[in-house]
Ligand binder design. Sequence first.
Ligand code: GFB
Length: 317
Amino acid sequence: MVVAVDKSSRIFVAGHRGLVGGAIRRHLEASGHTSLVLRTHQELDLLNRARVDTFFAEFQPEYVFLAAAKVGGIMANQTMPAEFIFENLAVQINVIDAAYRHGARKLQFLGSSCIYPRLAAQPIREEYLLSGLLEPTNDAYAVAKIAGIKMVQAYRSQYGFDGISLMPCNLYGPGDNFDLTNCHVLPALMRKMHEAKMRGAPDVVIWGTGSPLREFLHVDDLASAAVYLMRNYSSDQIVNVGTGSEISIRDLARTIQHVVGYQGRVVHDTSKPDGTPRKLLDVSRLNALGWHSSISLEEGIRQTYEWYLRSAHVQGQ
Ligand code: GFB
């Protein structure tokens, strides 16, 4: 259903301190929404079903953005699969079910381009989900996210609950995680190059061969699409959210090097995994719905680097 999300509607952004939830919160506040319901992890543990239920009973959010998730880069997914499957399944079950039972008007769930089959035809169309084997470095995460999509579809089909699911490509931007042990490639390379520049180090090590291709979307673009689709889209069909263009990890490293101003060499550690060779989304469904991305990769990297320089990560250097 196309819904009128009023400025005073009670909107719960689950995960508002994360990369995605933070951007959705900024977008909603900038467009004048005054009744956001926000809870930190300490205030509301989404893994705790009873507490989630009490929260929904008390505050009765009308709209729910489910942006809380256990996420991480390729190594985090590979080394902590139990946490990725358990935490994502638990949060999804608790929040989706409570939203339905306490009368939310609509819920939005986020999947990911990495949950399509590893060798899906490119660009990836929405109907390719579950058409082949998953990428082994993140299959536990993928199974949890696919279960979330199925749960949203099942609640629509059996209960008429208005849930929708988006499939974002790789995201980046202000508020990202820069912890090198578990972050994604873009913040990892930004931090490594910045620190190498500050130390005057002759080279920076990046993982894998550099040949995998990735599609990157600035999180402010994702937030804009998320709010747009919350207002204008209602269907059991998932929707890809991306830019429609891709870049190799090698070229991404060059772009970040240019923005950071690092003059040294890039060295590849091929003992580290490459992951999926390519995952470019077909965004024609999204474009036909009337939304297009607007932040170019270089501009987005510049803006993220400015944020990084201002943030706590580099204080004291
Ligand atoms: O962003 P990333 O960790 O995740 O890695 P995926 C992307 C590519 O960058 C891989 C390479 O080919 C990595 O080998 N890479 C090079 C690096 N240097 C680095 C580095 O220093 N750190 C990291 N992290 N990568 C994830 C999934 O896959 O995609 C998640 O595991 C998630 O589930 C995310 O959904 C969107 O794109 O390979």
